[in-house]
Write a protein that binds this ligand. Structure first.
Ligand SMILES: Nc1nc2c(ncn2[C@@H]2O[C@H](COP(=O)(O)OP(=O)(O)OP(=O)(O)O)[C@@H](O)[C@H]2O)c(=O)[nH]1
Ligand SMILES: [Mg+2]
Ligand SMILES: [Zn+2]
Length: 310
């Protein structure tokens, strides 16, 4: 039997067959993906085959080839990877300036990973309702920055139903992944778009102003206007996985573009003479925050520099 993975709790996996039947499956203990050590080999969005054994338990025995996936390094210093979801058309990256603070390095690391797998990202800067005028101006600057690079960016308040009018058109008939730190409002947004989802949401910790990791499993929901939305647990850090130093700049769109004018074809944009990227940063044509994120990712070789929070 073949089906689509619509839920992964860690202990079991729900697979929906073409006939619409949902079958609870186990993943065989010795099941390993070729060449990838992953915290969970089967993820939401995967197409899989499964068999029922004599006792009636269903076991997944194969993952069909993935069109794409979003992967990160599971934890600092770890060689393990964590695949967030597979076969996705679009990522909705939900970020907040406050409660919790999403770091720009986190945003840029996520964008670079999606770029590496050619997955479009739209950014939702959420919770604008709690921002001061000054903070709102900062949110607008951030939105302008990412729009200029080519990412659709919305300033929004999910709880006040503001700024989200474009979403149905953006999501229609696509499989989209909700990503971001814990507490930014992913499940709240899911519940707005799919009221029957009734996903658990919870206030962030007052003491730490960070999310409480309320969502503990990944699940795909059908959108009422067509398409699918995947809600996943919030991630803290976003360590990039298996990037070569030389290719990091390819995943920063504007750096890649300007970098074609560098004097040396193999310019790393660090301190080389005739570096067009450095000049563009000096002139303010490339945002310093983006350039800093680029440097930050180059430093991943030195693993001690990757910390949770990114
Ligand atoms: N003020 C305000 N609060 C919001 C907004 N959107 C969500 N929240 C609140 O933020 C808290 C966290 O929202 P969740 O949807 O649980 O966050 P999450 O991203 O799913 O978090 P995890 O499941 O832990 O990854 C809840 O109390 C929400 O009601 C918003 O636009 N404005
Ligand atoms: Mg959630
Ligand atoms: Zn250069």
């Amino acid at each position: 039997m073949t089906g689509l993975v619509i839920k992964n709790t860690g202990s079991w996996v729900d697979v929906r067959t073409e006939q619409g039947e949902v079958v609870q499956c186990k993943v065989k203990g010795n099941f390993r993906l070729k060449g990838i050590r992953s915290t969970s080999p089967v993820v939401v969005g995967d197409y899989v085959t499964f068999e029922r054994n004599r006792e009636g338990t269903a076991f997944i025995d194969n993952i069909l080839p993935r069109r794409n996936y979003i992967i990160r390094k599971a934890i600092n210093l770890s060689k393990q990877s964590h695949i967030l979801a597979a076969n996705i058309d679009l990522c909705l990256l939900v970020v907040t300036l406050r409660e919790p603070v999403t770091s720009v390095v986190f945003i840029d690391r996520f964008l670079a990973t999606a770029e590496a797998y050619s997955i479009p990202v739209s950014i939702i800067i959420n919770k604008v309702d709690i921002l001061s005028d000054e903070e709102l101006a900062e949110a607008e600057r951030l939105a302008d920055l990412y729009k200029a690079i080519g990412y659709d960016t919305l300033l929004a308040s999910v709880t006040e139903r503001r700024g989200l009018e474009a979403l149905p058109d953006m999501l229609k008939d696509k499989t989209a992944l909700l990503a971001g730190n814990s507490g930014v409002g992913k499940s709240e947004l899911l519940n707005m778009l799919v009221p029957t989802a009734r996903a658990k949401t919870a206030p962030i910790s007052e003491a730490h102003l960070s999310g409480m990791h309320t969502t503990t499993f990944s699940e795909m929901y059908d959108l009422p206007f067509g398409g699918r939305l995947i809600d996943i647990p919030g991630v803290k850090g976003f360590g990039t996985f298996n990037f070569e130093r030389e290719e990091v700049s390819h995943f920063f769109r504007e750096i890649f573009q300007v970098g074609r004018n560098c004097r040396f074809g193999n310019c790393m944009h660090l301190n080389e003479p005739g570096c067009a990227v450095l000049q563009a940063v000096e002139r303010g044509e490339i945002a310093r925050s983006r350039y800093n994120s680029y440097l930050n990712m180059l430093d991943d070789e030195d693993e001690s520099k990757y910390r949770e929070g990114y």
